[in-house]
Design a protein around this ligand. Structure first.
Ligand SMILES: NC(=O)c1ccc[n+]([C@@H]2O[C@H](COP(=O)([O-])OP(=O)(O)OC[C@H]3O[C@@H](n4cnc5c(N)ncnc54)[C@H](OP(=O)(O)O)[C@@H]3O)[C@@H](O)[C@H]2O)c1
Length: 258
């Protein structure tokens, strides 16, 4: 795959899907870059994406309906090594890591392939031999929500990162929300907002002391996240809008969902 762009750390890549049918190119699809500025091979010339092949199960046919499969994801998944892929971007500056203070805690909340940007964060903080890894002294806390343990993404990499704290005591913490294997306190699906709520006191304390919080993945997760945070604020006697406004003003609040 020949990449035509790549500059700043962890922006979105937009892949144009191939021309189809009428010969016109399809619209841009957004993918977050799942590697650091150096790429997995540390050359600075490659980037990784986390792509889920989108298929559509037809109840009538009792089979995948090929007419409704995701065009770009299937194209990317089926692309052979060496093929040229047209790309544009990067776009957006939301999923950037704070670089001023290496003690800053990060709280990374993902659903499914929304894990992509955090893979770049975690490689940079715990796996690549660079001054950034050496300096990091905070806690990077990853919350990942997937359907079940078979659907976990990059678990081997997280375990390796967790086992390798930085020289300055920076460490990775990991919590999974397995929606179809566990239940929340109300007996419903264990969604990512339920997992974060279990640690609400700690999360709020961290945010009070400058942590950055990130959300990436399904757009549909944000209403649940916001309801949960509102409820926690109400329980603590905090004005939710003011609290959120403060986080946004301090650039501690990062959302990339679609
Ligand atoms: N690839 C990238 O670089 C990238 C970057 C940014 C965003 N995204 C977006 O991220 C999304 C990820 O999709 P996916 O197919 O990987 O995820 P998925 O497997 O469909 O879902 C991941 C988890 O989220 C749960 N979930 C479903 N609805 C939820 C809700 N309302 N609140 C909280 N959790 C919920 C699912 O539970 P159940 O299925 O059990 O209900 C499952 O456990 C896509 O929309 C994609 O566009 C991708």
């Amino acid at each position: 795959m020949k990449l035509l762009l790549l500059s700043s750390l962890l922006c979105s890549a937009s892949a144009f899907s191939p021309a189809f049918g009428d010969g016109k190119p399809h619209s841009v699809r957004l993918y977050s870059i799942a590697s650091s500025r150096y790429g997995d091979d540390m050359t600075g010339n490659t980037a990784s994406l986390c792509v889920r092949r989108a298929t559509y199960w037809c109840e009538e046919l009792k089979a995948d309906d090929p007419a409704k499969k995701g065009i770009c994801s299937n194209y990317l998944c089926d692309t052979a090594p060496g093929a040229e892929v047209k790309m544009t971007g990067p776009s957006g500056k939301v999923m950037l890591m704070p670089e001023e203070d290496p003690k800053t805690d990060l709280i990374m909340v993902a659903t499914g392939t929304g894990i992509a940007p955090y893979r770049g964060f975690i490689r940079r903080l715990f796996m690549e031999e660079t001054p950034a890894r050496e300096a990091y002294a905070g806690e990077a806390w990853l919350f990942l929500g997937v359907a079940n343990s078979d659907a976990l993404l990059y678990d081997d990499e997280w375990q390796e990162a967790k086992a390798n704290p930085t020289a300055n005591g920076g460490k990775l913490r990991l919590d999974y929300a397995l929606s179809r294997e566990a239940t929340n306190k109300k007996g419903g699906k264990m969604y990512i907002q339920d997992k974060v709520e279990e640690y609400a006191d700690e999360v709020f304390t961290k945010l009070d002391t400058g942590a950055h919080i990130y959300f990436c993945g399904l757009k549909g997760m944000m209403p649940g996240i916001q309801d949960m945070l509102k409820e926690v604020c109400a329980g603590k006697g905090i004005d939710y809008d003011e609290w959120l406004g403060g986080l946004k003003k301090n650039k501690q609040w990062h959302v990339e969902v679609y």
